[in-house]
Design a protein around this ligand. Structure first.
Ligand code: AMP
Length: 400
């Protein structure tokens, strides 16, 4: 952020899409805390911050009479918490555009904050409407995007609004810089050996990621349900495990490409299997290519976990996306736990380890290992797309 904010009004896109309980109390304020350094920096420089964000999906959850449920989705719920975190005056505009927003933005003094109402109260937001984006843009002198989690969406407040500012008047916030910086560090000239770990439920969700990994990985470890589609591609018997029959061919081709590229692909040698998809299933370990009918692979087995951990610990760069099994059920969480601990151990030995995109983040948080890896992305789908090598509209709108 090499812009001087003194006496300027910064229009900041934050991601304040926080979970709220029935009384509208914030149950996890991570996203607010993550945004504080950027806002504080602007205020400390003598600027003012006009914050815009979405909260939930108000237009998909309308009241019975077709009106927007303003009470449920208003960002007003966040104001007092924000005041405490920022230790600043925080005003609230009950509309993100229109008279009240314009008036309150104009009256804002250096060191003060104005939180605008939920941008998704307007269908124009998700449509990326240019006129609506123009109204938002008119509220500030400088545009700051610090909402990495929505950077893969070409919405009005995340992308289109940036078109109204020249290069000297738009920038990323610190959170966004950190996300982009860490993912780029992992993908561009990473220190070798590089190990990419993927898991989760579907090959179809992760195939683009796997293909991209071929560009820079030395090892690719595949766990989760996706491993069984690969097992089928290698003519294994996977019993009742989750398989995407229409992706077997793609899996076969991927293994061929990896071989040609000299990238080592590790599939789980054994699996912890259940006789049903349930926490109280009977549990038995089978070789992953010889799972009897009536059993389904729900976690990588102990021998596979050992092999995965050994590879991770010997790596200098690790990128991990997706759990190794149904980690939500304790009987099938061990593989994910072993991988998380191996990442922590590699980090201690000086490796750069990054966990990003989806459920593996929940897993490292659950295991309280988030502080023991180099970087945990808040990005979800945005990080997945970034790692896939896609150009994110929210990033391009700033960098040009
Ligand atoms: P994803 O959102 O694609 O990262 O998938 C995460 C989900 O995959 C988690 O909810 C896991 O419970 C699930 N999962 C992981 N391994 C398996 C498996 N072997 N069988 C079924 N579901 C799995």
């Amino acid at each position: 952020m090499d812009i001087n904010f003194k006496d300027k009004k910064a229009l900041v896109r934050v991601d304040f899409n926080v979970p709220l309980d029935k009384e509208y109390k914030i149950t996890d304020d991570t996203r607010i805390r993550e945004a504080v350094p950027t806002i504080r920096y602007i205020l400390d420089q003598g600027g003012a911050a006009i914050l815009m964000s979405h909260l939930g999906r108000p237009l998909s959850k309308l009241n019975e009479d077709g009106t927007v449920n303003r009470e449920k989705f208003t960002l007003k719920h966040l104001v007092s918490h924000l005041r405490r975190k920022l230790k600043a005056r925080v005003h609230f505009a009950d509309d993100c555009v229109g008279k009240s927003a314009v008036k309150k933005a104009a009256a804002l003094k250096p060191g003060e904050v104005l939180l605008l109402e939920n941008t998704r109260f307007y269908p124009e937001e998700e449509k990326g409407d240019a006129e609506f984006a123009g109204k938002l843009a008119a509220l500030g002198d400088i545009y700051v995007n610090d909402a990495f989690g929505t950077a893969h969406r070409a919405h009005a407040s995340t992308t289109i609004v940036a078109n109204y500012f020249d290069k000297q008047h738009k920038t990323f916030g610190f959170l966004m810089e950190r996300e982009i910086g860490n993912a780029s560090r992992a993908m561009k000239n990473p220190e070798k050996p590089v190990t990419c770990v993927t898991g989760g439920s579907k090959v179809s969700d992760k195939i683009l990621l796997l293909e991209k990994f071929l560009d820079y990985a030395d090892n690719i470890l595949i766990g989760g349900a996706m491993a069984y589609t690969f097992m089928m591609a290698k003519r294994g018997q996977v019993g009742n495990s989750l398989v995407e029959a229409d992706k077997i061919k793609i899996a076969k081709e991927f293994l061929k490409k990896a071989k040609a590229a000299g990238v080592k692909v590790l599939l789980p040698r054994d699996s912890v299997c259940g006789d049903k998809f349930a926490a109280d299933a009977s549990v038995q370990v089978f070789p992953s290519n010889a799972i009897p009918d009536g059993w389904m692979g729900l976690d990588i087995g102990p021998s596979a976990a050992k092999a995965f951990a050994r590879t991770i610990r010997a790596s200098k760069t690790v990128i991990w996306n997706g759990p190794m099994g149904v980690f939500e059920m304790p009987a099938f969480a061990e593989g994910t736990k072993v991988v998380a601990k191996a990442c922590a151990s590699a980090t201690r030995k000086g490796a750069f380890t990054m966990v990003g995109g989806g459920d593996s983040v929940a897993a490292v948080n659950q295991l309280k290992l988030a502080k023991k890896v180099s970087f945990v992305s808040t990005g979800g789908g945005a990080m997945l797309e970034f790692l896939e090598g896609k150009e994110l509209p929210g990033i391009k709108a700033i960098t040009g």
